[in-house]
Write a protein that binds this ligand. Sequence first.
Ligand code: FAD
Length: 427
Amino acid sequence: MPHTDYPASYYAASANPAPSRPPLEGDLHTDVCVIGAGYTGLSTALFLLEHGFKVVVLESARVGFGASGRNGGQIVNSYSRDLDTIERSASRRHAELIGAMAFEGGQIIRERVERYRIDCDLKDGGIFAAITSKQLRHLEAQQKLWARYGYDRLELLDAQAIRRSVASERYLGGMLDLGGGHIHPLNLALGEAAAVESLGGVIYEQTPALSIERGENPLIHTPRGKVTARFVVVAGNAYLGNLLPELTAKSMPCGTQVIATEPLSSEQAASLIPQDYCIEDCNYLLDYYRLSADKRLIYGGGVVYGARDPADIQAIIRPKMLKTFPQLQSVSIDYAWTGNFLLTLSRLPQVGRLGSNIYYSQGCSGHGVTYTHIAGKILAEALRGQAERFDAFASLPHYPFPGGHSLRVPLSALGAMYYSLRDRLGF
Ligand SMILES: Cc1cc2nc3c(=O)[nH]c(=O)nc-3n(C[C@H](O)[C@H](O)[C@H](O)COP(=O)(O)OP(=O)(O)OC[C@H]3O[C@@H](n4cnc5c(N)ncnc54)[C@H](O)[C@@H]3O)c2cc1C
């Protein structure tokens, strides 16, 4: 059986020590079989274990192998489309429920970090940076929108104020979210996996779920064993492939790339981002960056529709970094990697149930660090018979990509070109 290890990244190189877990050999029975050990799977497993369920997690590669171990590490509140879109897409009651949850993901992460003593370099504070005056006006509206849901941890920044937080000439202003923040993403996943095991959950690595035999007690086939469960939670996101054909046409894996510089001097790091916030700009195809605990600049951006791995990641991302921080011209890049997130046409997450016992959540379309932790909670609630919040998410409308499998990549790339042009021209 092939062994799949972590891709080379700054995160893999600085991961906390973690066991290599053996693959599943043989047959077993459990209450819940979770497929995928990213944040969605681990968060669900943890909530279920905390409520007395017996849980087995199957992971095709390693814990945090997917987006959860490769992302920008930015704790961003709300969803890939904001609450005004949700108000237009869902009933009033469902929009209220989803809106009330929009700020819960960051709290769940902080509670987990504290309760299970997860060492993942958690820092508070994130900035949305505006490049155009339209984006600045949008941030003002966003502050009012979030205030309607009781969230008051936002502070608008004018051009001078943002310059005190980010040493870049690019921004006209921005908004600080004190409830945002950042983490070492792989270490968060590894810590959550250890928490799962501390509560009696079992994680099998190098164990892809090959097929699910549906029925009263679904049977999950893996290369060397089978799991019979009362419930299945499918949490494979952009790495799932065609395990559930119903979901494949409704989403598209996309790659996004990240680089990490060599460690900067303390003075240089403090001059770039003095309060150590994370930053994302407000473009449709956005740049996101922050400092690591050892003072590297971790800079991400770019989207590859259809998730092909680009040949030269530095060539894509370094010019973006230098546009923001020309003062880093002579700084070298130590790591460059790519990871896949799952795009949906609405850019809202897809949550649902197939039959009576196969649950899924996927497709947070790029902003998933907080949402996936909410997903774990609502999936666990649904399995415990409290489905109100699950139903709210499940009610969001979803559409197949126009053109099916063959056209979804070119059409979305075309759409992105349009948005990127809009970003550049500022309209
Ligand atoms: C480069 C990058 C940067 C990002 N930056 C940010 C950011 O800064 N902030 C933010 O909010 N979001 C960010 N995101 C998005 C965020 O990381 C994801 O939304 C989130 O991690 C998704 O978690 P997940 O558990 O659903 O999926 P994943 O973390 O991808 O986990 C899915 C897991 O399932 C496993 N799997 C798949 N199929 C099977 C199978 N058949 N059997 C067994 N296992 C299977 C995979 O191996 C994988 O480990 C970024 C994403 C990427 C790729």
